[in-house]
Design a protein around this ligand. Structure first.
Ligand code: SAM
Length: 367
């Protein structure tokens, strides 16, 4: 290999070699020639360990998980090493150097329940079926949606990461329209809009094959989106999910900078299965995970906002729009709740809040 020698890293309880293209633990990594590894994605991988453990625990049969775009193999090997129960993992990447590194990492961890493939993920998915399919690409996962919804078994999980935040958050609306056939919104709720566009796109892809989707756990961070959805067979499941797939007037999104256009189509249903989030949270306590406290904070927020309406207000944007100095979050929440409305924080931003109160009530409690 022509690259610098690999570093030995530990995530969870798994040690593995990587070619570090980046040392910072924040933000996106650089896409180079060596197998890719981004330390900033440790939380993303830690959460996946918990979600797949939850799936294996819930399942009454053998679970076959595919790490479809594996690079160093870190995610798949961690699953093989850290999960318990009746499962196996397949790890795939089309790159020669990734395959060599994946083999090295499998040997290092002495994991037995693993098989390795060097295929184009799209082709692999058309030939084989899995109970869980993990898609962690450079940029958009959309190119694999059609094959993934055909491959996954009934009640199986499709998980994907999307790092094309500029497209999904409306910096490049035409790119979003080309990829996802949906118009985004660049404004305070853009991360939630982007997450819902991704979900809407998966919902539409699944419905073509008479399959419905149910979000298990979905979240956004500054530099990526992450979805875990469960797929259900049948026309009524497909119809039930398509009932949540629609365009909405930009005006319906709080503090929208655009007023006279339509946004979407996007997913307007729930973003989380609240019970699943609670169960997944409880699995963290027995595990060695470096990001455990961040995960708890994230899952607490996901649980808190699970039943809240779509989209949110941000204190700063609302105070500039109303031209008043911003009250504290606690003050707003208390006043909304005292008036009998639902009020929750959101994981999308620390200054955001969700409520079912009408706009004039929100303005009144803010002053
Ligand atoms: C972002 S990296 C994966 C990172 C990895 N999941 C992790 O957690 O570190 C994307 C990987 O997908 C591989 N890849 C891209 N397109 C592919 C395709 N169509 N089929 C198979 N592998 C592909 C690349 O070689 C690269 O290693």
């Amino acid at each position: 290999m022509s690259h610098e020698p690999a570093d030995l890293i530990k995530e969870g309880t798994t040690e593995f070699f990587v070619y570090s293209s980046k040392t910072s633990v924040k933000g996106p990594s650089v896409r180079g020639n060596a197998p890719f590894y981004n330390p900033a994605m440790e939380l993303n991988r830690d959460v996946s360990v918990l979600v797949y453990q939850w799936l294996v625990m819930k399942s009454t049969q053998h679970v076959h998980i595919l790490d479809g775009l594996a690079a160093s193999g870190v995610r798949g090997i961690r699953l093989a090493h850290e999960l318990s129960g009746d499962f196996e993992v397949s790890i795939n990447d089309w790159n020669d150097e990734s395959i060599a590194l994946i083999q090295q990492n499998i040997q290092r961890n002495q994991v037995k329940n693993v098989s390795v493939f060097q295929r184009d993920l799209g082709c692999l998915l058309l030939e084989r079926r899995y109970h869980a399919i993990d898609i962690d690409p450079f940029g958009s996962p959309v190119y694999f949606f059609d094959a993934a919804v055909r491959s996954v078994y009934n009640k199986g999980i499709i998980a994907c990461t999307a790092t094309d935040t500029a497209a999904l958050c409306g910096v490049f609306p035409e790119v979003c329209f080309r990829r996802y056939a949906a118009w985004p919104l660049h404004g305070p709720s853009m991360h939630e809009v982007g997450l819902r566009i991704l979900l809407g796109c998966l919902c539409r892809e699944a419905a073509k094959y008479d399959r419905g989707i149910e979000p298990v756990l979905c979240y956004t961070t500054d530099h990526y989106f992450r979805l875990y959805i469960q797929v259900h067979n049948g026309k009524s499941a497909a119809n039930a999910s398509m009932a949540h797939y629609a365009c909405i007037p930009a005006n319906d999104i709080p503090l929208s900078p655009r007023t006279s256009c339509m946004i979407g189509p996007l997913w307007l249903g729930k973003l989380q299965n609240k019970t699943a989030v609670q169960e997944i949270r409880s699995l963290a306590s027995t595990r060695e995970l470096h990001t455990k406290h961040q995960i708890w904070r994230l899952l607490d927020l996901l649980e808190e906002e699970a039943d809240a309406p779509a989209f949110f207000y941000t204190i700063n944007d609302l105070s500039s729009s109303l031209k008043v100095s911003p009250p504290t979050m606690a003050h707003i929440m208390e006043r909304l709740k005292n008036k009998g409305y639902l009020a929750t924080r959101t994981h999308c931003t620390p200054t955001g809040f969700k409520t079912n109160a009408p706009g004039d009530v929100v303005a009144e409690v803010f002053k």
